[in-house]
Design a protein around this ligand. Structure first.
Ligand code: AHM
Ligand code: MG
Length: 322
């Protein structure tokens, strides 16, 4: 197979050299975070800190370190204006607001509850452009995202990217410290036989989710007429990566317990980038009412209901909601 590095791929596909530069900065951050994850036990970086993030969650040492890595790697980029991080309450302005400058929304280490048990975690990001010289216009609009991606720190480290038309996956080659294209044109299989949801929340679900999951559980003799398998890793990156490779559906719905907060997952640096990736891979992503990509952000840390995966399942769930 011809070996295409991320650098070569970006030169052909990123459109603007400045965007290619920024994605290289993000990839470099992911490479550093991958190394931090690998040695976290050796470096004494397991357990929790005394720090609380904007969502009231206790931060892990690596949540903080991974955020610092993103800031260090990306803020030197002259074309970047603002950073919106899961771990930081306020938006960080690295350069004054200017029309066309980049905004990077990111979750530096998603699924970090998995760190101490050595399961897969990841980083999620989305790049957009400031629509004006006003800082008021900083919150990205899903339809105007330039690029979304995630890194997964699993048995291998991968970077998965989309500019909106297709999804391409790169594997970190430790011998050269470079990302190499190994999964070109990733597609979500259209039929699903696997669902991912945290079933411990079942008592809080609305009727649509109750009946969707109940129908899946009835197997071949139920209305879906096929046996479904179930997986839940508590790491959205790992669950979405599995869906891109072998299909399925992922649900973190708004429910009676999380409704006051608007759901659990965050729109700008979890739901929206993953929605862009899954849609570019031929799948669907909804909050139950409208495509996730059309949900309008009014605050940086806004939460949303997330349902994404094989198109057939998304259409079924959306129809049930309407
Ligand atoms: P985090 O960004 O604080 O790690 O939270 C997001 C994670 C997702 O990766 C995952 O899908 C979800 O939280 C798991 O939640 P739960 O612990 O309720 O299963
Ligand atoms: Mg997260």
């Amino acid at each position: 197979m011809q070996r295409i590095t991320l650098t070569e791929y970006l030169a052909r596909n990123a459109g603007e050299a400045a965007l290619a530069d920024l994605i290289e900065c993000i990839a470099s951050a992911c490479w550093s975070i991958s190394n931090l994850v690998n040695v976290s036990a050796l470096a004494g970086h397991q357990g929790s800190t005394d720090e609380i993030n904007p969502h009231g969650e206790v931060q892990k040492p690596l949540d903080i370190l991974a955020d610092e890595v993103f800031v260090r790697s990306c803020s030197a980029n002259a074309n970047l204006s603002a950073l919106i991080s899961e771990e930081v309450e306020e938006i960080t302005w690295v350069n004054p607001a200017q029309t066309g400058a980049y905004v990077l929304a990111y979750d530096p280490l998603d699924g970090s509850s998995n760190l101490d048990v050595d399961l897969s975690v990841g980083s999620i990001f989305a790049v957009s452009k400031l629509r004006s010289d006003s800082a008021e216009d900083v919150l990205p609009n899903g339809r105007n995202l330039l690029c979304s991606g995630y890194a997964i720190y699993g048995p291998s480290t991968m970077l998965v990217l989309t500019f909106g038309d297709q999804v391409d996956g790169f594997t970190l080659d430790d011998s050269t410290d470079s990302f190499v294209l190994t999964h070109p044109n990733m597609k979500v299989p259209q039929q699903a036989c696997e669902f991912a949801i945290n079933v411990s929340r079942q008592r809080h679900w609305d009727e649509t989710i109750q009946s969707y999951v109940s129908d899946c559980l009835k197997g071949a003799v139920g209305p879906r007429q096929k046996a479904f398998n179930m997986r839940w890793t508590a790491s959205m990156v790992a669950d979405v990566h599995r869906i891109l490779i072998r299909g399925g559906v992922f649900l973190y719905p708004i429910d009676a317990e999380n409704a006051a907060a608007g759901g659990k997952l965050r729109l700008l640096y979890e739901a929206m980038p993953m929605a862009m990736i899954v849609e570019a891979g031929g799948g669907g992503a909804t909050d139950g009412r409208i495509p996730l990509i059309d949900v309008v952000a009014t605050t940086p840390h806004q939460r949303t209901s997330v349902i994404l995966g094989a198109r057939e399942e998304i259409d079924l769930i959306r129809a049930a909601y309407s």
